[in-house]
Ligand binder design. Structure first.
Ligand code: 4AD
Ligand code: MG
Length: 476
């Protein structure tokens, strides 16, 4: 007999029929009731065991963590909290578990313990819920762009250029680490390496996505990106996934419209398709908030925050206006910010981003940043000192999206590349798009884990990716 998933069973409610369930034991109480979970839903299914008719050797192996197969009759449940239960006719132990050694006995664990046991943390309600929401968001991303006529591009993971300048890169080399070949200057001779040049893991697929957009019109990438920055924060990973749309003939306003519409769509998709998981995470979020001091608590519940994003227009504000607000803000005047804002040109820190979001009570899109704190490829404004950049700031997260209108003018771009001290020969291919049929175009990057962080209400980015890579940590 084919097994049925618990999720399908709870949907179709085939009362009176015999089904087979394969799943993992959460608890077994009174030698009579097994709570089973198979990961298809956050809900557990209750199995009622006739212990007099069941082999004692089997009963002894129904332990938390064990994998079992149950064949039995579906009945309407007598107890509260579930619609259905199964009256077991036959139980088979597929994989035993020693309850003394199983890392997740039925009790509450802190997140740090879960991270140390990441090989099995998907067996917990919290982490399994996060993974299902993560899946739904990933699906929604592809659905959204496909419906809008975008083409998905697989941009390279190993790259021969550090043009983006987005941060430190991880080197990719097969040279002998103990005795690398050296050139006449005594430096490592990468011409003898696998690619006959120095290569790294990519920090972004943008530059290649631009090449594609200037041929296919509307494209996006959704791939892993790598940054070797030593940021030990709750919002940084060394390996994270980024979604980067790139659109020909779109200016910065079009870019902001796209980003806002896209974020609202994927968040709504998660709400519509993950209601059980989000109800659980909403409660978890509320419990977590209660443990915080009053002044640090969120003024909204998780589901309320998700609704707030959908219901409001994002506040659009220039960098210059933001600096004025921040300069005159209470925390700046009372020297409560770690980095005080004393004038135009300052780079914004996460404390400033969070202040602005609280100030407006909605997500904020900041645009027209000083040219010297942003990447070389952003389009220079007529004032000669700001660029057509935009960052989207979210409650509790800070920057979730970074993007811009791209510099499409060949001469201006060449000038910027030289001002940023980037060797032009590294970017000859990028410059060619501006020589042959250039056009206005724009794009942005959404950090996927920051989105998952926002939607699940988790507080650390390490808890929204199966196996996080951070400084000092690449286990599993
Ligand atoms: O602002 P960033 O560096 O922009 C780019 O890489 C552009 N090439 C994007 C584009 O225009 N196509 O990164 C984009 C987003 C950030 O807003 C943030 O959400 C996320 O990527 N991000 C990180 N997420 C997790 N860990 C890190 N270390 C991250 N660095 C950036
Ligand atoms: Mg950024």
């Amino acid at each position: 007999m084919r097994h049925t998933s618990i999720s399908d069973l709870l949907k179709s409610k085939p009362v009176g029929t015999t089904v087979n369930i394969k799943a993992w034991v959460r608890t077994f109480r009174a030698n009579r009731f097994i709570a089973l979970n198979d990961g298809s839903t956050i809900k557990t299914l209750q199995i009622v065991v006739d212990f007099e008719a069941t082999d004692e050797a089997i009963l002894n192996q129904i332990n938390t963590g064990a994998c079992i197969s149950v064949t039995g009759e579906v009945v309407s449940s007598q107890g509260s909290g579930q619609d259905l239960e199964i009256i077991a006719k036959e139980i088979e132990i597929l994989g035993e578990s020693n309850p003394e050694e199983y890392p997740f006995p039925p009790k509450k664990f802190n997140m740090e313990y879960l991270r140390k046991n990441a090989h099995m943390r998907a067996r917990t309600n919290t982490f399994a819920a996060v993974l299902r929401v993560r899946h739904a968001l990933s699906h929604a991303v592809h659905q959204y762009f496909n419906d809008k006529g975008f083409f998905m591009m697989h941009t390279p993971i190993i790259t021969g250029s550090d043009a983006e300048g987005a941060g430190e890169m991880f080197n990719v080399s097969v040279l002998d680490k103990k005795k690398p070949p050296l050139n006449e200057e005594g430096e490592i001779d990468y011409s003898q390496d696998f690619f006959e040049k120095e290569t790294n893991l990519t920090v972004s697929g943008q530059l290649e996505a631009e090449l594609a957009a200037l041929a296919l019109g509307k494209v996006y990438t959704f791939g892993p990106t790598f940054r070797a920055e030593n940021s030990n924060t709750t919002r940084h990973l060394a390996e994270f996934w980024m979604i980067e749309p790139e659109v020909a003939f779109a200016n910065l306003d079009d870019n902001m419209d796209l980003a806002e519409d896209f974020l609202k769509y994927v968040i709504k998709y998660a709400k519509d398709n993950c209601s059980d998981d989000l109800a659980f995470l909403d409660k978890r979020f509320a419990d977590e908030e209660k443990t915080k001091p009053q002044n640090l608590r969120s003024d909204m519940g998780l589901l309320e925050k998700l609704d707030m994003v959908g219901a409001n227009n994002f506040c659009r504000l220039s960098y210059t206006e933001a600096i004025d607000i921040l300069r005159n803000s209470k925390p700046n005047k009372k020297k409560k910010f770690e980095y005080l804002i004393d004038g135009w040109g300052a780079d914004l820190q996460s404390e400033h981003e969070k202040y602005l979001v609280k100030h407006f009570g909605t997500p904020v899109i900041l645009y027209d940043y000083p040219a010297n704190i942003k990447a070389f490829y952003m389009r220079l404004n007529e004032d000669g000192k700001t660029v057509r950049a935009m960052d989207i700031l979210f409650p509790g997260i800070g920057e979730i999206v970074g993007g811009s209108q791209r510099e499409e003018r060949h001469d201006v771009l060449k000038q910027k590349i030289s001002e940023f001290n980037i060797p032009e020969e590294e970017l000859w291919w990028y410059l060619e798009t501006r020589k042959f049929g250039t056009c206005v175009h724009s794009g942005f990057g959404l950090g996927f884990e920051r989105l998952v962080l926002f939607v699940t209400g988790m507080s650390n980015i390490r808890d929204v990716i199966p196996f996080p890579r951070t400084p000092g940590n690449a286990d599993f």
